[in-house]
Design a protein around this ligand. Sequence first.
Ligand SMILES: [Mg+2]
Length: 374
Amino acid sequence: MTIQALRTHVLACPEPNDFGNTRYTLLLEMRTLEGIRAWGEAITLWPEAAHAVASLINSGLGDTVCGMDEREPEAVWLKLKTHTWWYGEGGLASMAISAIDMACWDAAAQNADLPLYALLGGRAHQSLPALASMHVNRATHEEGAEEVAGHIRSGFKGAKLGFAKRGLSRVGPDPVVNLAYLKAVRDACGPDASLMVDIGNGVRWDAATAIRATDLFAEVGIDWIEEPLHPDDLEGLAQLRRHTATRIATGEREWTVEGYRRLIATGLVDVVGVDPARAEGVTGFRKIAAIAEAARVTVNAHAWSSAILTAASLHLSLSTRCARWFELKPLPSPLQHELVREPIWHVKGEVFAGNRPGLGIEIVDAALNRYKHQ
Ligand SMILES: [Mg+2]
């Protein structure tokens, strides 16, 4: 009933799903007076961001919640939001709040002896279809298409294809090259596989290019186009919206509930990406999901880091009516498969949460120590 201590762990891990690139994440271990050990995460990606978030927590922010009751996670969240009034409202403070909030919800659910989804009000979905969330990085379209088809054959019901990523692929800036790749993928996967296109930070299109690309991609049938324009380019997004019937996904770089409220209120978004390790935790995600549901917008959890974030995203997605998919990194990775004893995976293309209390994960301390970054 009392948050006793917070401990930060910065991890550095090679990510096979990102062409072996090293990714950095900040894990938060919360202990309660009664002996609960709970976990949260901030999806920092870079070493300086991971250590800076650790410093925010260890230099003062953590002290503000020690002694509070973990059974009241929204009260803890409000305390964090109030405390960070001057340097918060986005950026690394939002990541620090995310990690503490997530751990608090894990602790609260463990205290109640309930899986997190039950504490969140219960499941809107017993399971969600698994989406292979992958980066396009093979040298040829044929190799890339065969990789996607392999994931579909293994049970995934769709694939989200991240363009302009590290690796050997030219897929990214040129819509015509992208179309040739997508045709190869569609041919290899068949008509039933859902395909989403994630344009990514490596591409800077103007509205005219985004419109042309979306028109071309319609030929192969895509479920949505994600981040087709820079997040600041709302005018461009409005032009794209007027010209296409393809669903538009965006929002993964927002930070706060208010930021999401403004974005959703534009009416330009069909699928809003929300990361509970960035957008102020489980509490932030829930508040954003409520706004999205009222606006009839789909919520899609961004869960591309460790098994802790994946677990939080899964419990949240299952308890969110307007969630439609659950993303998994398709290649085994240290952060997903070594860090916890029973990694989350799909069963015949469907992702379920177990009934263990809290996030339902058991951290492997040897893995935690193996990947620790000082
Ligand atoms: Mg994305």
